[in-house]
Design a protein around this ligand. Structure first.
Ligand SMILES: [Zn+2]
Length: 287
């Protein structure tokens, strides 16, 4: 299959029991989970039986799994305590990802808070994030996937070219990859619509970080117009991006083999409809 399609699933009540049950209801071919409260700093140990079940069932069904790290993480923060907690939190997500057999951990690229210069924040990213990448020495360690933002505030990474300095700060580490969120990149100012919008944006991304770095796509439509700098996801085809750019996405060489995860509104029914819609677009995109 060129691109597995699935969604972010809830796991309260059991990673395998609840998470994979939800995934099956969506007919998901790939899943994303949290391994900690996304709005907290806690680093829960997990349940070994559920971990093993999750890992073996994903392997048996050939469902690639991903972890989304907590939202509070910000390696560019001017607050020392936030940076220290970010290290602990991200290290936890990376370790938990390996334990459950996940292929990647998505982390937000963060922002330069407190009015500090972007260079200063990126130097801090280097100091604190690069050692975590260097810890990924096992064969089954996940990739660290950078997700850019819609460009609110002093975001370190929102346009495609912003990944350049970020990659440079991390020595383009071999375990480093990108998670492209279609809503974020559109809200940041890349018009994905029109005959060449999606293609040109993906070309720009490859120009910046090279081939093979795009490892995951968050497929979300946008409630807001291009360049709005607002992070408000909409169901596929129901927002300002529309369905057509997603068909184009399936045709670009950079997305070959890259899974798509939806993070759209509407609960289980909304997710099931979006997974089905993307599968339909994938089916008609064949070149
Ligand atoms: Zn996302």
């Amino acid at each position: 299959m060129r691109n597995p399609i699935g969604g972010h699933v809830p796991v309260a009540g059991g990673l395998a029991k609840v998470g994979l049950g939800h995934a099956r209801a969506l007919e998901a071919e790939t899943v994303q989970v949290f391994v900690a409260n996304p709005r907290g700093w806690a680093t829960p140990p997990g349940n070994p039986a559920q971990d093993e079940l999750f890992r073996s069932e994903c392997a048996a069904d050939s469902v690639p799994a991903y972890v989304h790290a907590p939202y509070l993480i910000n390696f560019g923060s001017h607050t020392e305590a936030t940076v220290e907690r970010s290290v602990v939190s991200l290290r936890h997500s990376l370790r938990r990802a390996r334990e459950i057999g996940a292929l990647g951990v998505v982390v937000h690229t963060g922002s330069a808070t407190g009015g500090r210069a972007r260079e200063e924040a990126l130097a801090q990213v280097r100091t604190h994030m690069l050692p975590l990448l260097d810890e990924l020495t096992h064969d089954d360690d996940p990739f660290l996937l950078l997700e850019s933002t819609a460009g609110q505030g002093s975001s370190l990474c929102s346009r495609t070219w912003d990944f350049g300095p970020y990659f440079e700060a991390l020595d383009s580490h071999p375990k480093l990859g990108i998670c492209l969120d279609t809503c974020h990149i559109y809200a940041a100012g890349h018009d994905l619509t029109g005959p060449a919008g999606m293609r040109q944006t993906l070309d720009l991304l490859v120009d910046t970080v090279g081939e093979g770095r795009l490892k995951l796509i968050h497929a979300n439509d946008s409630k807001d117009v291009v360049g709005a700098h607002k992070d408000r996801h909409e169901n596929i085809g129901a927002g300002h991006i529309g369905a057509e750019p997603f068909r184009e996405l399936f045709r670009h060489p950079a997305t070959e083999g890259v899974p798509l995860i939806i993070e759209t509104p509407g609960g289980k029914d909304g997710h099931a409809a979006d997974v089905a819609r993307l599968k339909e677009l994938r089916g008609t995109a064949a070149v």
